[in-house]
Design a protein around this ligand. Structure first.
Ligand SMILES: [Zn+2]
Length: 190
């Protein structure tokens, strides 16, 4: 018989984190374009994002249409996309003006290869201001295996983006995430 799973956080009932995860209100909206296969990944961090932040919307992407439909509903001049590419600018150096006009930001939850494919098949993405991380807190996280340096999980990327854009202190969220990854190294204790 399969062991019971919490329908909310999707962990096994005995490991349910619903009462443990901090819930944070953000002024910015957060949209996650999630590769359909990634949604099935047992260690996917996006389900925790939905519990942790009040304004997260996850769009499961099965084709370009899903992306375009969502993006057409937005005033793209007020959004930024967290995606490192040739013309992306550092998130950390965004001007106060730019930050203040921002309505929200977009993350892509997929492997690097699939994120690249998603970005390049949807020309609408090219109309959004793209940002990369200049100095993400690499050492503080258990990083999912990836060929790219400075890569964070989607949860980690979201926390870091919010810290840069809303200038908020989300250390409780970072501590929670480190604990969930059973990371007891002193690097986590900040
Ligand atoms: Zn739960």
């Amino acid at each position: 018989m399969p062991r019971p799973v919490c329908t909310c956080c999707e962990y096994l009932k005995q490991n349910c984190v619903c009462d443990l995860i901090p819930n944070v209100h953000t002024n910015l909206r957060i949209i996650v374009f999630q590769n359909a296969k990634e949604a099935l990944h047992p260690k996917n961090s996006v389900r925790l994002l939905k519990l942790a932040f009040s304004r997260v919307e996850v769009v499961v992407v099965t084709s370009e249409v899903d992306v375009v439909t969502k993006l057409r509903q937005l005033d793209l001049s007020k959004w930024c996309l967290i995606y490192p590419c040739d013309h992306s600018m550092p998130l950390e150096t965004m001007s106060e003006n730019e930050r203040e006009t921002l309505e929200g930001f977009i993350l892509i939850d997929a492997t690097w290869r699939k994120a690249f494919a998603m970005y390049h098949t949807s020309e609408v993405f090219g109309r959004i201001s793209t940002k990369h991380f200049l100095s993400p807190p690499n050492g503080n996280y258990v990083i999912r295996k990836t060929s790219k340096e400075k890569a964070l999980s989607t949860f980690e990327a979201c926390v870091y983006t919010l810290e840069c854009l809303e200038l908020s202190d989300l250390s409780s969220m970072r501590r929670f995430f480190c604990k969930r990854r059973h990371c007891n190294g002193e690097k986590c204790l900040q």
